[in-house]
Design a protein around this ligand. Structure first.
Ligand code: FAD
Length: 303
């Protein structure tokens, strides 16, 4: 059995594992895919003290750091069920059951995709999901934001300060964002909001994005906008479906944690994008992984 078992091999899980191992605790890391979202990232320019790196390179560095300690890495393994009696029990898709005194949940999240032609082809070549990460790459250029909820309108306001022009495309007839955000967006000179717009295709020149095609759902007409970047903001979904009923989740499915990363189930902690932490970034995930791991250590010395 483990002292600390970590579910997730992204920045949050890797950080939690290093902190646990450095306390001399028997530590295991279970990951469906070690590296998590970082493995899908091209350039990273906001991992503080590293001016520029790339996803796969950072994933290798994360793994090397974890492997420097006696951590049992179980890659390509999916957790399917969490329960607790004396110890925490974790059931895997392959039928195995792992036991641990404490558990750190760091299963991350996934961006909801548009599922239109060109989206995958131009991912990282103009199609982006994170304005904090990739906004500066489009300085002085034209971009679109897909989605008129709070995250979409926040992204548009954020990007409008950097890029030349932002077009927001919303599928519904009304924006779902808070009025204060919509008013702010409308007051900025370089944001155009188009409702009842169904995105149909990301267009490009073979190397990078050069535009977006959408259908006006009212008239049925098809339109093309020339631009350099497309920020997809139609939802970030936490990978917590399997945790329903085991730990308390927010209405959006995020794991509810306190300031030590403790969940509603004693001895079970959580960190990273899967939690209620409002901002989803690598440095933040790493910080919360360290925090949850220290929370688990504190719990162990008291039990
Ligand atoms: P994740 O990275 O999502 O990792 C989750 C881990 O859990 C994975 O190993 C996964 O396989 C595993 N897992 C999930 N469910 C299970 C299960 N049931 N059983 C076992 N394992 C499971 N942030 C920045 O700071 N800068 C950037 O430039 C940047 N660019 C980005 C670009 C893209 C395209 C994307 C998608 C994200 C980007 N982000 C960026 C956001 C950043 O990647 C995330 O905030 C960060 O990876 C979250 O870390 P995490 O450890 O919480 O989760």
């Amino acid at each position: 059995a483990f002292d600390v078992l970590v579910v997730g091999g992204g920045p949050a899980g890797a950080s939690a594992a290093v902190y646990a191992a450095r306390k001399g605790l028997r530590t295991g890391v279970l990951a469906e895919r070690f590296g998590g979202q970082v493995a899908d990232t091209v350039g990273i320019e906001n991992f503080i003290s590293v001016q520029y790196t790339e996803g796969p390179k950072l994933v290798n560095a994360l793994e090397a750091h974890v492997r420097q300690y006696e951590v049992d890495i179980m890659n390509n393994q999916r957790a399917t069920k969490l329960s607790k009696s004396e110890q925490v029990e974790l059931e895997l898709a392959n039928g195995a059951v792992l036991k641990s005194k404490t558990l750190i949940l760091a299963p991350g999240a996934r961006w909801r995709e548009m599922n239109v032609p060109g989206e995958q082809e131009y991912r990282g070549k103009g199609v982006a999901y994170c304005p904090h990460c990739d906004g500066p790459l489009f300085k002085g250029k034209k971009v679109a934001v897909i989605g008129g909820g709070n995250s979409g309108i926040e992204a548009a306001i954020d990007l409008a300060g950097i890029v030349e022009h932002v077009t927001v495309l919303e599928f519904a007839a009304e924006l779902r964002a808070d009025a204060v955000l919509v008013n702010k967006a409308n007051s900025m000179g370089n944001i155009t909001i188009i409702t009842e717009a169904q995105t149909t295709e990301v267009t490009g020149d073979g190397n990078k994005v050069n535009g977006i095609q959408y259908t006006d759902r009212n008239s049925g007409d098809s339109h093309h906008i020339e631009l350099a970047g497309i920020f997809v903001q139609i939802g970030l979904v936490p990978n917590t479906e399997w945790l329903r009923g085991a730990v308390e989740l927010s209405p959006r499915g995020e794991i509810i944690v306190d300031e030590r990363g403790q969940t509603s189930l004693p001895g079970v902690f959580a960190a990273g994008d899967a939690t209620t932490a409002p901002y989803k970034q690598i440095v933040i995930a790493m910080g919360s992984g360290a925090n949850a791991s220290l929370g688990a250590f504190d719990y162990l010395i008291r039990h």
